[in-house]
Design a protein around this ligand. Structure first.
Ligand code: GDP
Ligand code: ZN
Length: 314
């Protein structure tokens, strides 16, 4: 007897995919049908964690192996380009409700250029993003001012910023609440405490978290396969170990500024259209920077991206 149904990709092992009919957590294996593979675009992976698929399975078989027949349209996805010159793209995850960008003010300092590129990708793909400052316990004295300045920049741009500590448990309940009934991606550079945070959210996940990073450290050959984990309190988290950077994919230079929410809010008042917000007279974005409505740091990130994109396109 054949059964056909809808499920979500929770893991890719290389030879096959693991699926579950979320919100149920009952994993079963499946392979991809050839024609699905052919229909996929120029990405290195045709199906990503979070993809919702139609599958069929022969229930009479001893070891049922599902077949993925069709990928349902994605609500959104997050994509990476390995280097600026690379044409190869990789879909990190699909159908996300929230991206939690984990950052640290110090130990290590997360660079604003990385944060702004990351946020731009999320804006371009319409994925709600929350900035989570971890290691809050370390910023009470000499780094307090730096943290508050950081918060002012990103709250001013329109982002939600949350201070947490995986070590002391500060605001972990709130974060757990925000993960409920949804699929979230946890991202950030190495060392910010992603693994610690996920373990703090659900200690039962401990053995699974950081597995891939460990394999990398020990020099084992792993293509970084992303994986979804169920929180015992509800909700699903996709851990993204070892992200060094995001290349900007499919974004025209003229569009760049529209993915800075604080610039988008004022750019209708620019005298020239299109306006690159660099040299044009009567530019509302530049005026915003002068008036302190748009932060200089974010504006400088914008200029940096504009310059880089222009360079690589020539
Ligand atoms: P990942 O690379 O992002 O997964 O980071 P880890 O979870 O491995 O954490 C990196 C280091 O930061 C470890 O030594 C953790 O013990 C430490 N760490 C993580 N969270 C906190 C925190 O909230 N406060 C402090 N003080 N240290 C933390
Ligand atoms: Zn302008």
């Amino acid at each position: 007897m054949e059964k056909s149904s809808i499920a979500t990709i929770v893991k890719h092992t290389g030879s096959h995919y693991m699926l579950s009919e979320l919100p149920k957590w009952e994993l079963f294996p499946a392979v991809i049908r050839g024609k699905v593979r052919l229909n996929a675009s120029t990405t290195t992976n045709p199906i990503a964690v979070g993809d919702v698929v139609e599958y069929s399975v022969d229930l009479d078989s001893d070891q049922p192996m599902g077949t993925i027949d069709k990928i349902l349209p994605r609500k959104n996805y997050i994509i990476r380009k390995s280097t600026n010159l690379s044409r190869q793209t990789h879909i990190i995850a699909a159908n996300l409700d929230t991206v939690f960008l984990i950052v640290t003010i110090e130990f290590p300092e997360t660079k604003l250029a990385f944060i702004d590129r990351f946020l731009l990708t999320c804006e371009a793909y319409k994925i709600p993003t929350v900035i989570v400052i971890n290691k809050r316990d370390l910023y009470d004295d000499e780094y307090k001012e730096k943290m508050e300045h950081f918060e002012a920049i990103y709250r001013g741009a329109g982002y939600r910023v949350l201070e947490v500590s995986a070590l002391t448990g500060e605001n972990i309940d709130l974060l757990r609440e925000m993960c409920k009934d949804s699929v979230s991606l946890f991202s950030g550079v190495s060392g910010v405490g992603k693994s610690s945070l996920i373990k703090a959210l659900d200690p039962s996940l401990s053995p699974k978290i950081g597995e891939i990073s460990q394999a990398h450290l020990q020099g084992k050959h792993t293509t970084t396969f992303y994986e979804m984990h169920p929180l015992s309190t509800g909700g699903f988290i996709i851990d993204t170990p070892g992200i060094k950077g995001f290349g900007i994919v499919d974004i025209e230079t003229e569009e760049l500024s529209t993915y800075f929410p604080e610039m988008l809010r004022v750019m209708d008042d620019c005298k020239f259209r299109p306006c690159t917000h660099t040299h044009e007279p009567g530019c509302a974005v530049k005026k915003g920077v002068e008036d302190g409505i748009i932060s200089e740091e974010r504006y400088n990130s914008y200029l940096g991206m504009l310059e880089e994109e222009t360079k690589y396109r020539q």
